[in-house]
Ligand binder design. Structure first.
Ligand SMILES: [Zn+2]
Length: 127
């Protein structure tokens, strides 16, 4: 994820408490903005996304899509969320929506393997 203030990619950096313990610092390494609220939202979104993956593996696609949409509502610039949304649409026969989701995924992460492979497959099937 990116810092909304300066656009730097956030990576958790270990911060020493002085008591021999370390904890991930919720501040941007470039501009020092406090990102703790954002990280909480991001964690929540990841949690929804994991629920969605779990439901998907059980074949409960509609419920998985609902969980994944909750993740997207909290954090819409994660390529993996869009890639899964595309997969779930395709599994439910909604190919137009699937393609739109995969294109979104590639917009946020041009290297996203799931979205790239699936789009290529669709192109082969439809050409
Ligand atoms: Zn920043």
């Amino acid at each position: 994820m990116k810092c909304p203030v300066c656009g730097a990619v956030y990576r958790p950096t270990k911060q020493s408490t002085g008591a021999g313990e370390t904890f991930p610092s919720p501040t941007c390494r470039r501009c020092k903005a406090d990102l703790s609220d954002l990280l909480r939202l991001h964690d929540q979104a990841i949690w929804y996304h994991r629920q969605a993956l779990h439901l998907c593996s059980q074949g409960r696609y509609a419920q998985a899509a609902a969980q994944n949409n909750a993740a997207l509502a909290l954090y819409s610039s994660n390529a993996d969320f869009h890639a899964l949304a595309g997969k779930l649409s395709a599994l439910q026969g909604e190919f137009r929506e699937a393609i739109a989701s995969w294109q979104q995924a590639l917009k946020f992460d041009p290297q996203n393997a799931v979205a790239g492979d699936c789009l290529q497959m669709i192109k082969m099937l439809t050409s």
